[in-house]
Design a binder for this molecule. Structure first.
Ligand SMILES: O=P(O)(O)OC[C@H]1O[C@@H](O)[C@H](O)[C@@H](O)[C@@H]1O
Length: 280
């Protein structure tokens, strides 16, 4: 396939990375996982995504940072009662194909599909496509079609790591309602106001919150659709120290705000669904 004018390819370790540079923004997308690593709009030249200094680019290990695509389950697959399955599904550790692109005055639209939509714990016939729009905003859509003859149980997430100046002075606006707290035995608790960070945070907010603002030195707008949850995660110091692909202080400059389906969508035969996260 001939590449669009605004795109070149580089190597990071063993991973092929698409570099996009158009009049609106620059971005980097690894083919391993169709994993967006960087997005910098030209309106302010500010990097929106966090990528670990110790991220591993070996075409095997999930990349720590950017936008991991979690599909067809979220987290440790406990919904399926199977401990042997990889956390966050199996497509973030596949090399994806760029199947199509369109260039327009709005920017570049890219469509990716994984090597295979079947994997361990997922015998179903499905199609999964990731569409990325690199323009004045970064728009990411994960589209699933059930090609099987029976209904199937789906969870998924766009697990975005946002770059923050200092987690101690970061706030989230727009999040309300109840959440399940993984750090407190999955207790259901009420979202605090103001929403700030002083310790390990691992929360599934159980509603389709459409708009979240990440307030740091600057403001980042996160718009979601098609989801049933927003997940908020910061591992804090002890977990950062334990993770091989994260520096000890890595937690200080990142916050995950994830657009997710965690409450299991039963997708009927022939049915489609899509989750979208837009970042400005
Ligand atoms: O280390 P992983 O598999 O990329 O997962 C990172 C985190 O992802 C978050 O979405 C989960 O809520 C956390 O529990 C998990 O630790």
């Amino acid at each position: 396939m001939q590449l669009p004018n605004s795109m070149s390819i580089i190597q990071r370790g063993d991973v092929d990375v698409l570099c996009i540079d158009n009049e609106h923004a620059s971005a980097q997308i690894a083919l391993f996982g169709a994993h967006i690593l960087s997005y910098i709009p030209k309106s302010d030249n500010r990097e929106r995504l966090w990528l670990s200094d110790n991220a591993i680019f070996d075409n095997k290990t999930p990349i720590r940072g950017g936008v991991p695509v979690c599909w067809p389950w979220f987290s440790d697959a406990h919904n399926q009662q199977r401990d042997d399955l990889p956390s966050h599904g199996f497509v973030r550790t596949q090399v994806w194909h760029l199947v199509e692109f369109q260039e327009s005055e709005k920017g570049l639209r890219l469509h990716f599909s994984p090597q295979s939509c079947q994997g361990p714990g997922w015998p179903h016939l499905t199609q999964c496509v990731l569409t990325v729009d690199v323009g004045k905003s970064l728009r990411i859509s994960l589209h699933t079609t059930n090609l099987d003859t029976a209904s199937l149980p789906l969870n998924c997430a766009l697990h975005t790591y946002f770059k923050v100046n200092d987690i101690a002075t970061t706030q989230l606006l727009g999040v309300s309602g109840v959440y399940r707290d993984k750090t407190q035995n999955w207790q259901e608790l009420v979202t605090p106001t103001p929403y700030q960070f002083t310790q390990e945070t691992d929360r599934i907010h159980l509603s389709a919150i459409p708009q979240v603002t990440l307030v740091d030195e600057f403001e980042t707008q996160i718009t979601s659709s098609g989801h049933d949850s927003i997940v908020v995660w910061n591992p804090w110091i002890e977990n950062s120290q334990k993770m091989q692909d994260m520096s000890d202080n890595g937690y200080r400059t990142m916050l995950c705000v994830e657009t997710a389906v965690t409450q299991t969508k039963h997708l009927g035969a022939g049915e489609q669904m899509m989750i979208t996260q837009e970042i400005k």
